[in-house]
Design a protein around this ligand. Sequence first.
Ligand SMILES: *Cc1c(COP(=O)(O)O)cnc(C)c1O
Length: 380
Amino acid sequence: MHKSTQLIHNGHETDPVTGALGVTIYQTSTFLRRDMSKGPDSQPFDYSRGGHPTRLALEEIIAALEGGAKGYAFGSGMAAISSVFGLLSAGDHVIAAEEVYGGSLFILNTFYKRMGIETTLVDSSNPENITKALRSNTKALYLESPSNPLLKITDLSACIGIAKKAGILAIVDNTFMTPYLQRPIELGADIVVHSATKFLGGHSDVVLGLAVTATNKLGDKLHTVQNSFGAIPGPWDEWLVMRGIKTLKVRLETQQASAQRIAEWLLTHKNVTNVYYPGLAGHPDKAIHEKQASGAGAMLAFKTKTTEQALRFYEKVTLAAAAPSLGGVETIASRPVTMSNIATSAADKERLGITDTLIRLAIGLEDAEDLIADFAQALA
Ligand SMILES: *Cc1c(COP(=O)(O)O)cnc(C)c1O
């Protein structure tokens, strides 16, 4: 089946009890213990932190879409990512790409560091840097491609290959691409994480996270973390994400087509110095991206000549919300230096090129012509 069909037909089209189309929202915290002489494993659902029918439907849907064995849902993308790192122990070492989501680096460099887990940040656009960073106690490699916010590409197969050879977990944040465009487990990853708050939810109305494991064994371990940390979402939010997933194809296809046009238009603007989008002919790693993903996505970034021009853009733009987040039906213009990369040190911002003039756009479903006209007046 094509992914577009699987978004709709995934074993959860109808409620088995009533025949209702769609998944039922079970607003319950607990379930009858059918046989009091037995433990919780004697029945499918017992207490909602450990397992819940609405959540299970979403977990099975995302596992199938990513081509993994088991899926798990969490209260946010960060809850999913934190829970995945909960698989590690004191004394373990993590190699993380330096351009992953700022929040992921923050938990590694603060909470997990305090718990005795060390992290080395590398530029993953060169896989050799990962080989060089390997230690005897390295237990996980954490990647994201395209990167946030500069849309740099990491060769996922090459990097995951290094992790496999070293016998460590390869974890990929697939939020920007979604399984519709890119499936890291098919490239060898052990775990995929998502902020479903973004494209999967798709309407800027829910915060939720997902993780998918390649094997049942790893899934069981992550389930223990999910059940014991308890960073789970509620059934309404799970339902909203399942509803969002149904229209992922049409949203993403349209947003991506608009992103391509807007990126090409921005290249021609006199006040724009750089445009970052993997769909552009001039993107240095376009070929690597096309090898591992079926589209360039709906995220792009650009730099204006001056900071004043960037700040004026947020002030004057009317069809883009000046806000954090991405992946909704509305276009969002974020400012990495004060939003996603607020925790990045000044020296690292400078080194990575995350400047005051950098604007990140998440293209929505507005007409591309209208967006271009609006951006033109905001950049004038
Ligand atoms: C937003 C985001 C996260 C964090 O997800 P929340 O749902 O906000 O907790 C993680 N990774 C990426 C790439 C994101 O964009």
